[in-house]
Structures are given as C-alpha cells and as structure tokens.
Design a protein around this ligand. Structure first.
Ligand SMILES: O=C(O)C(=O)C[C@H](O)[C@H](O)COP(=O)(O)O
Length: 210
C-alpha cells in the first residue's frame, strides 16, 4: 500500500489541495490537473462534497492518486477511506486519525509545526509529516533546522507555498513533495475554468522543476 502511494506522491512533487463544492465537478477538475501534469489530488473535508468527490475520482480516474485532506477526526478518516482515499492528510496531529489509518494500513500524513510534534509522531511510528502552515512556521529554514535532530523524518510542507517559492522547498532533501492550493483556486473550480487550472498546473510543475 503505502510504498507505491508514497512513490506516486514523490513522483508528482506537488500535491494540489482541493476545495470542491460539488462532486459533479470532480472529473473535470481531475482531467484538468492531469492535462497539466498532476496525477495526485488531495480533496479536503472543507465541504460536504468531499467524500462523494473522492469516491467519484477514485472510481472514474484511476490514473490519478486521490487522497483526503483537512481530515481532523476519526469519522472523517473513516468516510475518506470508505470512499477510496489512498492517503489521508491532517492539518494537525490527533491520535484518533493516525491510529485509525495505521489500523487500516492507509498512508497518513499528520500536520505538525514543532520539534515536539515530530518527536511525538516518531514515537507513534510516523516518519512523514505535513509541515503546516509551512511559510509562517519558518518555511525552508524550519525544514533545514529539523534535519539535524530528525534525519529520519520527511515532510510535505503546505501553507503559503506558491509559484515563487516552490522550487526552494522541493529541493530540500527532507521534502518528499509540496502541497498547495495555488493551482486550484476555489473560484476557478466553482466556475469550472479547467483550462486555467491546467495552465496553472503546468506552471507549477515547471516551477517545481521535477
Ligand atoms: O486543509 C488542510 O488539510 C490544511 O492543512 C491546509 C491546507 O493544506 C492549506 O490551507 C493549503 O495551503 P495554501 O496552499 O496556502 O492554500
């Protein structure tokens, strides 16, 4: 499970963080991302459409790796896994989300922004963390600082990353991929402007340089 899921995240280099207001839009969005070179999607539990959107994308766009984001409790983690999410991302760290995913053998990427968070996660069997909110938590300097004491930890930094700073993040040796919403602005998703999302995705892939 997790190895190939993680490999696909690493290969992508970028994880688009998606807020979608209707499952009807998810296939158009997934195809727009694919056309832009992105075959990973993190659909957030920030709307009621999350589980249905994950289910639809997972069933109908198998080339795209679909995960769930903004999963903050066990119930959402259960819904996400039942819908077919291949990975689960949390903005913060709770045992109930991490333990459920570990029981289900589903890759979980809990959010932290302190050494205490990393150390706690390591004690619970976690080696891959979301650094959130990355930019205001120290950004690349924080990632470099965490490398000394935690060489076994790697990160999916998210929060405040954009075209201008993505390359700086992605070249860090402890970064597996970078997350962000800049190539999937909710206003463009709402009006189904797939061409713009494809263009933003192409630019993101080019800027990341992977
Ligand atoms: O929803 C989650 O799980 C989060 O933890 C937060 C998101 O990943 C960030 O809000 C995306 O950050 P931006 O790219 O700055 O928009």
């Amino acid at each position: 499970m997790s190895t190939s899921v993680l490999e696909r995240i690493v290969a992508s280099g970028i994880v688009p963080v998606i807020k979608i207001d209707s499952p009807e839009k998810v296939l158009g969005l997934g195809r727009a991302l694919q056309a832009g070179g992105l075959a990973v999607a993190e659909i957030t539990f920030r709307t009621d459409s999350a589980a249905a959107s994950i289910q639809r994308m997972a069933a109908e766009l198998p080339e795209t790796l679909v995960g769930a984001g903004t999963v903050i409790n066990r119930s959402q983690a259960e819904q996400a896994v039942a819908a077919g999410a291949s990975f689960i991302v949390s903005p913060g760290y709770t045992d109930e989300v991490v333990e459920y995913c570990q029981e289900q053998n589903v890759l979980v990427i809990p959010g932290i922004n302190t050494p205490t968070g990393v150390q706690y996660g390591i004690s619970r069997g976690i080696q891959l963390f979301k650094l959130f909110p990355a930019e205001i938590s120290g950004g690349v300097r924080m990632l470099d600082a965490l490398r000394g004491p935690f060489p076994q930890a790697s990160f999916l930094p998210t929060g405040g990353i954009n075209m201008d700073n993505v390359a700086d993040y992605i070249r860090r040796p402890n970064v597996v991929a970078v997350g962000g919403s800049w190539m999937v602005p909710p206003d463009l998703v709402a009006i189904e402007d797939w061409d713009s999302i494809t263009r933003l995705s192409q630019l993101a892939v080019a800027a990341a340089g992977r």
